[in-house]
Design a binder for this molecule. Structure first.
Ligand code: SF4
Ligand code: SF4
Ligand code: SF4
Length: 214
């Protein structure tokens, strides 16, 4: 396989517009989720079998006492060696040769969901309670095969989400982290050597999301 594809998710550029979240639903034909207002803009509150991308909102106070409000457009990382595939028995989960996208087939309904979830350090796989099939982001493999970029990357108005060849994205990530480090000592990329969807943060990863970094 070539180096395949990657996405950069630069949280420092994210305005939490949630265009990516909506575009993901729209392209994948996923229904809206009934939710309640719980005092946060994070809505729906989590990923599910019908929500492959959620913009997470996190607020608190840093060491200096100043408040922070972080946005984290969460999705499957399309790991190079996916822990979720350890429960695989007969190719229920496959890795696309050309792009590296990790794809859950309809046969995932036969897998032990708890085992698949436990294998994922980023808490991504979700199960349809009715059919038992497992779901998550597809890296828009269907779009890629039609020479289109992933819907979330296309919809992002700030350039927070960018898509391309893995080697090019890795260069962009390194350049952006170096730039951010000039003003944010904690700026870093999360697990860039292990994943295809590489997040950039400017503070401790756990402040954004419990499962931000493996
Ligand atoms: S992030 Fe989780 S669900 Fe996605 S490929 Fe990696 S182990 Fe699998
Ligand atoms: S790559 Fe496609 S399926 Fe994955 S989060 Fe983006 S829009 Fe959704
Ligand atoms: S579309 Fe871009 S700016 Fe808007 S929430 Fe998603 S990542 Fe953030």
């Amino acid at each position: 396989m070539s180096d395949g594809k990657s996405l950069m998710v630069d949280t420092s550029r994210c305005t939490a517009c949630r265009g990516c979240q909506v575009a993901c639903k729209q392209w994948n034909g996923l229904p809206g989720t009934k939710t309640k207002q719980t005092g946060t803009y994070q809505n729906p509150p989590d990923m599910s079998h019908e929500t492959f991308k959620v913009v997470r909102f996190a607020e608190g106070r840093g060491e200096n006492g100043k408040p922070y409000w972080y946005f984290f457009s969460d999705m499957c990382r399309h790991c190079l060696a996916p822990g979720c595939m350890e429960g695989n028995q007969k190719n229920e989960i496959v890795q696309d040769e050309k792009t590296g996208a990790v794809i859950y087939t309809p046969a995932t309904k036969k897998l032990d969901y708890k085992k698949v979830l436990a294998g994922c350090p980023y808490n991504i796989p979700r199960q349809d309670p009715k059919t038992k099939q497992l779901f998550k982001c597809t890296m828009c493999l269907d779009r890629q095969r039609a020479n289109l970029i992933p819907a979330c990357a296309l919809s992002c108005p700030t350039g927070s989400i960018q898509f391309g060849e893995r080697d090019e994205i890795l260069k962009k990530v390194a350049a952006r982290v170096a730039e951010l480090k000039q003003t944010h000592a904690k700026a870093k990329a999360l697990n860039p050597d292990d994943v295809r969807v590489i997040f950039i943060v400017t503070d401790d990863p756990e402040r954004y999301h419990k499962y931000a970094e493996a």
